[in-house]
Design a protein around this ligand. Structure first.
Ligand code: SF4
Length: 319
């Protein structure tokens, strides 16, 4: 390495490109022979090294990072070590790609597996790193990409998964907004409250189907209610209820487990015990009464015998 002063050649333009797309366009123009006498610095990361992948952890914006660099570098040029020109020269061999290109039928099949069965589902959002869904499908075919690397696909999958759970759980689930209007109600909740269709109550105030007291309390205090047993008078049902308030998403969630059979069985058992105890009390009472009656009869007989014997004794003594 030898040290030289950085000097600009007035016959050259000094250009900087950042971001993959800008770099690709610059390279395309160079290939087309449109750019001459340029010194170009290209960085794949938007914002160059001032916004490289590691910068995320320092949570600095590219602007403040660039300002920090300017401050550090100062206004004057300074000595920068440079490699020998020979060291900068390198011939690159073109590496031919042997990746097979799928035909239309194969691409359509992969798109279907990605949940894209209609053209409008091809969002081409680029969040997977490919410009279009079709490019991504080709990459999957070539083994370069995984089918799950698609944010909308994962979101749809998660939503459909949670929808399946909500629809099939035996527990009643109701979601309310902060105005206590019903936003979602599942099949189990409709059954519990004898409601024909979800559309009959969607958007309605919860007071139409349930006492809103517990929801207001949970929202006011921010304290959730867990597994609280209560009786729904209007439906003659016992439930074990959990009420949660999600402040971030402004939603109140109510989960109810129907414990009517359990409660009724418990009540029946208590009735049977009560009746048995009553019968036992009555039997004891009767027995006591009979014992008392016998005792009293025995007492009377003994007294009469005593009187008779006394009279007999007196008459014998008189003789
Ligand atoms: S993330 Fe999904 S929707 Fe977006 S371009 Fe990639 S494959 Fe298409």
């Amino acid at each position: 390495m030898k040290r030289i002063w950085r000097e600009r050649d007035p016959n050259y333009s000094y250009l900087v490109f950042d971001g993959v797309e800008n770099c690709k366009e610059a390279l395309a123009e160079i290939l087309e022979g449109k750019l001459h006498n340029c010194f170009i610095e290209m960085s794949a990361c938007p914002g160059s090294c001032a916004n490289g992948p590691v910068m995320e952890k320092y949570k600095k914006s590219p602007v403040s990072a660039a300002m920090a660099i300017n401050k550090y570098a100062g206004k004057e040029d300074f000595v920068v070590s440079q490699p020998d020109k020979q060291e900068l020269h390198k011939n690159m061999q073109i590496i031919p790609t042997k990746a097979a290109i799928p035909d239309e039928e194969e691409i359509t099949k992969i798109l279907h597996r990605m949940g894209k069965t209609r053209p409008e589902q091809e969002l081409n959002c680029g969040s997977c790193g490919y410009n279009t869904c079709r490019e991504k499908a080709i990459a999957i075919y070539q083994g370069k990409a995984d089918i799950s690397m698609c944010l909308p696909f994962l979101k749809d999958k998660a939503e459909s998964f949670s929808d399946t759970i909500i629809s099939n759980t035996p527990n009643a689930i109701i979601a309310l907004n902060e105005n206590l209007e019903i936003q979602q109600i599942n099949k189990a909740a409709l059954k519990l409250m004898n409601i024909g269709r979800a559309s009959d109550v969607m958007g309605e105030q919860v007071i139409r189907i349930l006492d809103p007291g517990v929801f207001m309390e949970v929202m006011e205090t921010g304290r959730a209610v867990h597994d609280e047993r209560c009786y729904l008078t209007e439906y003659d049902k016992y439930v074990e209820q959990t009420v949660l308030y999600d402040r971030e998403y402004h939603v109140i969630i109510c989960l109810m487990r129907d414990v009517t059979n359990e409660e009724k069985a418990k009540e029946h058992k208590e009735d049977v015990s009560r009746t048995t105890a009553d019968i036992a009390d009555k039997v004891v009472e009767n027995q006591m009464r009979i014992v008392q009656e016998i005792a009293s009869l025995l007492g009377e007989t003994a007294a009469e015998t005593k009187v008779a014997l006394m009279k007999l004794k007196e008459s014998i003594a008189d003789e």
